[in-house]
Each structure stands twice: as C-alpha cells, then as structure tokens.
Design a protein. Sequence first.
Length: 434
Amino acid sequence: MITNPYKNRRINIVTLGCAKNIYDSEILKSQLSDNSIQAVHNAEIKKNDVVVINTCGFINDAKEESIDSIVYYSEKKKKGEIKELFVIGCLSERYKDELKNEIPDVNEYFGVYELPEILNRFGVNYKKELIGQRPIPDSGHYSYLKISDGCDHKCSFCAIPLIKGKHISQNIEEIIVEAKNLVSKGVKEIILIGQDTTFYGLDKYGKRKLADLMLSLSEIKGLEWLRLQYTYPTNFPLEVLDVIASKANICNYIDIPFQHISDNMLSKMKRGINKKKTLELIKKIRSIIPNVKIRSTFIVGFPEETDEDFDELMDFIREVKFDRLGVFTYSHEEDTYAYKFEDDVTDEIKAERMNLLMAAQQKISLELNLNEVGKTLKVIIERKEGDIFVGRTEFDTPEVDNEVLISSEKELKIGCFYDVKITEAMEYELIGHL
C-alpha cells in the first residue's frame, strides 16, 4: 500500500499581498485539512515544513517582496530547514517561466487558477462539495468573502486582467451558503471582496446583482457587520447605496479607488470616468448614506502627470476630505497599455507627491477624527497591546484603517462588541472608554 508522504508533514501556507490572497489561502487550507493533511497559515516555520508561498505580482514593491520571500525560503530549503517549497498566486501566474529559471530550487510553481493541480501535487483531489465550507479564519471574528475574480476593465496601468483574466462572478447561492457557514462558526463581520465588486453578476445573470446579494447576506441571523470593498466608480450601481442605507448591519463604509481627478490623467489611465461624474458620484454617496465613510486610493507619478495635474489632485483631496485615503506611486508594469508611455516622472518626484498628499490627508484625518470626540461608537475588539485594548468601528477595515484605543479595568473579549465613548482623537486613532 502506497502512503501519501504529505499526510506525515505539515504544510505551512505563507500569504503575501491583498485580502483576495488571504481568501485563496484559506480555501487551500480547507481543502488540505479535509483531505487529512495538516495545514497551517502564516505560522512560525518548523523543520520539515512544506512551505507554500501565495505571492502578489501587482506592482513592483509587491513583486520584490514576493521574490525576496521565495529566495528566503529557497535558502532554508537548501540548508535542510524546510522539506519542500512551492509557489502559487499572481507572481507565479505572471512570471512562471522566468521564476523557474532564476530560482530553480522551488519544487514547483502554480498559477492563480490551479487549485486542483496543487492538491494533486500533494496526492489529494479537489473536493467540489467543500464549496462554501471554510475553516474559521485566522482572525476568528471577521472574514473576507470573495464574490468574484478577474476584471473586464481596461485601466492602462493595471496588470490584474493580464493575471486574472476576465471577470467571473460566483453563484449567489454558494456565496450565501459560505456566509452562513462562517457566521455559524462565530464570524461577526464579513467583508466582500473581488477585483471589482460592483460588476458582480453581470457576467452570470446579465445584470449587476451586488445590491440583491448584499440584501440577502444582511438577512443572515448573527451577522453583525457586512462591509463592501473594491468597488469601481464607473457605472457604479446606485441601488447598492439604498441597500447600505436601509440595513443597520451593513457598514456605512465604501472602498472606492478613484486613482486621480484630473481629466487628463483619468483619460490616460482609461478609467472610463471624468472629474464631473466623479464629484457627482461622491455627492450621491454622501446624500443617500448620510453617515458614510469613504475610503479611496490614488496614484501619483503616472506618465506625463504635470504639476498642474497634481495640484488639481491636491485641491480635490482638500475639498472632498476623504475619511480614509491611501496613495501609491505609479509602477511601470510591462504588457500594460501604459507601458508604451515613457515612465517620465522621476522616483524623487513620485515620492514627493505621495508625501505631500499624505501630509494633507493627515490633517484632514485629524480634523474628521476630532468630530468623533464625545460620541459613543460601537467597537469590535481586535487585540490587546499591554494594558490597552485595540478595536475598530464600522468605518474601518481591519489592518488598513483607523483604530480605537481603549483603557479598561474590565477584561474585554477579542471579537466582541462594546459601546465606547470617544474622549480624544489623533490622526489615525481614536481614544475612548466603556
């Protein structure tokens, strides 16, 4: 009788990149565990571990981090500190042949849609009946739920369609089953993710179904918070705003990357929207959901971005006053439409523009946070650091947005909700007590 050697080893999944990769790693872990193979996620490395690195290949910084990680574990394998090394995910999908040549000590490389092949390599089969069944996520109290993958947009700077392909929506029924399963295991917050969540359903049902999906999910008993991320401004389905406004357990929070505001840049970026429509959409979001917090991200240093383009973006940030904001410097990605342009904004200017935007946002964030002083907010506890409990409001995504710092003589439970009165505010933290 032939014994599967992987059933006597531990597979340690190391995840890099975005929340979508975390989701994929959890699915891999679930499939392995159900096939009686010990699998852990982002655990401390032990001798004889089989390491699987789930990589990111979106922009240069992410690619460098992934390559550094592959090299690091490749050296551990050479020294006999780990048994085997496998690489999966976006970087592997995009640069598989190059990686094989440059880092040959990896046992095997797999792309983003090769889960059955990965499992077969470990001597087990993909179990379709596990769709919707996932282990309790590492956080315990919140979980990402991927409703789609791929992207049909043609943004000139973005490599995602090259890596992930066209948009593919998951079945509503399977998403609801998965959400119910998570809530039954103690998950309090579900965060909807995808390359473009607002496109959800168009490919499968002939029309956008995000509003219907969110409405159905909001009816799940025991689901305290439902959060929406990775939306897209062009042709935003306005009915989603009505659903958010109508349901108490849907967070008054929207993550919507605008990337720029100059019509010159938006056109070159192929965003499918202009300044006028962007401002109209922001106005609609804030009018339909009065207490909404908007998170957005922007790119500086895109080819041919002038001082005037950047000044327009700065004025826009100061005028709109986003509640949460991130800034990236442009990454010149091969095979994208923008790659044909000269990357003519220097790294120094890119960094300077990013720092100027973030300095402006720091002041805005402090101003907005000061408005929260005196209010009592519902807070979920994330962790304890020394004598301080750290939590989040419905207006904050885990590990990305603001936090609430709470002093309490009473021991607060991780993953539980408390009413916290805000007494002080800093740029990115609120301070309060029960």
